[in-house]
Design a protein around this ligand. Structure first.
Ligand code: NDP
Length: 244
């Protein structure tokens, strides 16, 4: 868990200066490449797999609160690992393997530590009274708000290209009215909600890492849109509506 905290600091500093070379920021010179769809599955699948393996090793695996948290985690990650890669409109691209290395390491650590904490290290999750705790109730609302923003924003992006098109367009609608990367905003909100609902150290570290990774990426995307589209909406921010 401490390793993920440090990884978050390192990736935040690096990503503020160097945009990760995939998607809009894809460029040569980053070593061997692989099909983007395949890379995505290889780097994301360790998250639900490691979570499930560690989770079901516990005697507490069938307690109601841990089961619900398992459900939230899997709702996001089964989609992200095994369905989203087949919806990506840039899935045919060749992308540098290096871009998946950090995500792979993070996902192995994150899935297993979160499952272990939820089932073995958090006595408050073993009683159904947690269902009535304000932290849990706030967390559930925040999680689903973030989930909805993330899904809706990704759907807008994925509908921009007609079959056969490969270029980029300005996304409009939903939270794109306010920020350039609402999909990232939704993802950060989602995992903050999960952290409230689980109230464990690994869950908060997960939210922290998501933010340290996606906030700098949103700055790169914002800059990229402004450089490539002279008619890009002037009042749109990078990641936090009206502020940042
Ligand atoms: P992007 O916004 O870079 O791209 C998403 C998809 O939309 C790609 O297929 C991309 O194609 C396409 N696309 C993006 N912008 C445009 C545009 N302007 N016009 C047309 N098509 C476009 O998202 P990411 O790949 O970075 O992330 C995807 C999801 O994964 C997000 O929901 C994000 O929150 C999540 N994620 C989570 C992370 C975490 O730390 N938890 C880390 C990274 C991502 P192309 O590939 O050609 O650019």
């Amino acid at each position: 868990v401490l390793g993920v905290v440090v990884l978050g600091i390192v990736s935040f500093v690096l990503l503020m200066f160097i945009s990760a070379p995939y998607g809009k920021h894809l460029r040569p010179g980053w070593g061997p490449t692989i099909n983007a769809r395949v890379l995505w599955i290889i780097m994301e699948a360790p998250s639900p797999i490691s979570f499930a393996v560690v989770y079901f090793m516990s005697d507490n695996a069938f307690k109601p609160v841990p089961l619900l948290l398992l459900g939230l985690y899997m709702l996001h990650y089964l989609y992200r690992s095994f369905i989203y890669p087949f919806r990506m409109t840039g899935g045919h691209k060749q992308e540098p393997i290096i871009t998946g290395v950090l995500a792979f390491a993070f996902n192995c650590a994150n899935g297993s530590t979160n499952a272990f904490a939820i089932t073995e290290l958090a006595p408050h999750l073993l009683s159904t009274s947690w269902f009535f705790d304000p932290r849990f109730l706030i967390g559930i609302v925040v999680f689903f708000a973030g989930y909805a923003i993330n899904q809706h924003s990704d759907s807008i992006l994925l509908s921009l290209r007609k079959p056969g098109e490969t270029g980029y367009k300005i996304p409009y609608g939903g939270f794109y009215r306010f920020v350039s990367s609402p999909n990232y905003l939704g993802e950060i909100i989602e995992w903050i909600g999960f952290a409230f609902a689980a109230w464990t150290v690994p869950a908060w570290v997960f939210a922290w890492f998501t933010a340290t990774n996606l906030v700098p990426r949103s700055f790169s995307n914002h800059r990229w849109y402004r450089e490539h589209f002279s008619d890009y909406p002037k009042n749109r921010r990078a990641i936090i509506p009206f502020i940042l």
